[in-house]
Design a protein around this ligand. Sequence first.
Ligand code: 3PG
Ligand code: CO
Length: 554
Amino acid sequence: TYDFALKPHPTIPKPEGPLLVCVLDGYGENPIQDEYNAIFSSKTPTTDALKEVPGRWRTIKAHGKAVGLPSDDDMGNSEVGHNALGAGQLIDQGASLVDNALRTGSMFSGEGWQYITPSFANNTLHFIGLLSDGGVHSRTDQLFGCLRGAAARGAKRIRLHILTDGRDVPDGSSLKFIEELEGVLKELGEQGCDAKIASGGGRMGVTMDRYEADWNIVKKGWEAHVLGEAPHYFKDALTAVKTLRKEDSDKPVSDQWLDSFVIVGEDNNPVGTVQDGDAVVIFNFRADRVIEMSKALEYAEFDKFDRKRWPQTRFVGMMQYDGDLKLPARYLVPPPAISGTSGEFLAKNGLRTFVCSETQKFGHVTFFWNGNRSGYFDEELETYVEIPSDTVPFNEAPDMKAREICEAGKEALRSGKYDQVRINFANPDMVGHTGDLEATRHCCELVDQCVKELLEVVKEVKGRYLVTSDHGNADDMAQRDKKTKQAIVQEGKVVPLTSHTLAPVPLAIGGELPEGLQLRDDFPEGGLANVASTIFNLMGYEAPSHMEPSLIKQ
Ligand code: 3PG
Ligand code: CO
């Protein structure tokens, strides 16, 4: 329990206007500044100017242990980033918790595992999830640990339903992960466990939708994984992926966007549909992109698409994905316990918040920000506005909804109704993930213009601002030689980097601030978890004592 009453800050008065908290998703401050840094190589006068204000701009850590990930080789991501920003605390994240559960064996003695075990002897055990070592939503080594653990504990028949990545890892790497998986399945086979890949597809078009942007994506996954229906049937997954990538055609398809496929046996029947009595494990630890499939598997009442058949399964998630909905009811590893978040403090103190983003990032500034809770703390005090995202590849419409978000933010700032206006611009991340350098440059320019307009309104209403990001992405669009950092060129083309980067992110503050107020320059390890306390200070309050320290010089 916390003492929720916020104390006025001894030297920083409350601002006259609201505080704007602006997250530029995927906008890192990369030490490599060349043409493949889409921020550096585009015209971003507003964010450039922020850097020049002495004492009011710095970088903060956004990856690895600073955001609760297992190691400093782990790039940051929006889940852990927004958790840290909103909670102001260092939280051991899903990836670390699953690692621990596998290392100590608690995975296999927990309630979730006990729940699926009765299906091991006479039914099939299914695994559904993202097949890569990206460490953002899942990791292959964790999947392999679960597979070996299941076979050792008597699972006789295992079927895998795999989503290919190419977004948190290089495009084309899906083939390597499938080969590794086939190796493990062969090993299980030698121990008498019949284990096979049964279906799959690319993560952006199959199963892994988020925030209900497009339920058709989940429907495709349901049909392939559960019903054994897809536009393409193959005898093995490697052939499926090689064929669907269409590498030799004019229109090659990347791992992210592969169509759904089903693996069939010699008899041409699907090798692994989901049946009554089977167990199903979703092996992603990250929530956003598996909540919808979890609902389809778990809910008796379901109207998002016609399931045709709803098998009665023993279904568990790697974690519980939504703490408010208690979804799924059963899970293998207890999720990070996040409480005492900044949103709860604001609400308990009667402070009013306006939150806005477009669908693709809406849950980031609400659900993740609030510690993986899908509701409001106090509906009277919080206004959440979701602007529907387009459902096309984002390099084809790189403006996304930046203009609309900017307008909504300006209106909220001017309305006089709010103490905090929190918005997220999705573009640098979502367009960055496509690997399209030109489109990413374009959207960085647009977002920079939006920031300019917002800061003008902050000035007009005598407010303050804090501009930051959750992790890098647009700041590096090329895969690079590890030693020389030169962009890798293959067949005359630079190999695009679709994933996030390890770069720190900017933190800029301004507006009607007491003269002399400065950011700490004696705290290089400061990271995203230090932002919440900084926000409380900028709103005129002392930060709650359980939060990581503020970055304002006291
Ligand atoms: C995704 O889910 O799109 C990527 O894996 C990670 O992107 P995000 O962490 O920026 O959402
Ligand atoms: Co991203």
